[in-house]
Design a protein around this ligand. Structure first.
Ligand code: SF4
Length: 139
């Protein structure tokens, strides 16, 4: 953790020194919350949600984003388990999933989810989600 903090500090310093942008690819949501201003959540190689980091952590929209945030252990989480895993497994690369790639693991899946893959569409200013749940809320 100490080395990680030192590396993240160095990256921030270099970003400022060179007036540049850093693209981080990570599963570490703590690093995401600490280091980024915008997040693209990816599932099976595709972006399923794009948002300001603060908005994503406060109000995730895509069920996979919700699952990711729920699967972070939170000590003292009231009335719930400490860790809520996403059900199912990531499919093998050769497995063909009809419709939405997340549908076998999604507790919100509807019949359309098994038939057609949703596009990544803007549902709020600067907020893009690929999910049939928000079909009527596109701007
Ligand atoms: S499109 Fe359907 S299956 Fe896919 S994440 Fe949204 S609700 Fe779940």
């Amino acid at each position: 953790m100490t080395v990680q903090a030192q590396i993240l500090d160095l990256m921030n310093q270099l970003k400022d020194d060179f007036h540049s942008t850093i693209v981080l690819i990570t599963h570490n949501l703590g690093v995401v919350s600490q280091m980024t201003s915008k997040v693209a959540v990816m599932y099976l190689g595709e972006i399923v949600e794009f948002a300001d980091t603060r908005d994503l952590f406060h109000e995730p929209m895509h069920p996979y984003s919700v699952g990711l945030l729920n699967s972070v252990p939170v000590l003292g989480r009231k009335g719930q388990k400490i860790l809520i895993p996403i059900p199912g497994m990531v499919p093998t690369p050769t497995e063909i999933i009809p419709g939405c790639p997340f549908q076998p693991r999604c507790d919100k899946a509807m019949s359309i989810c098994r038939e057609r893959q949703p596009n990544l569409l803007e549902h709020k200013p600067g907020r893009l989600v690929a999910c049939w749940l928000y079909e009527d809320e596109t701007i």
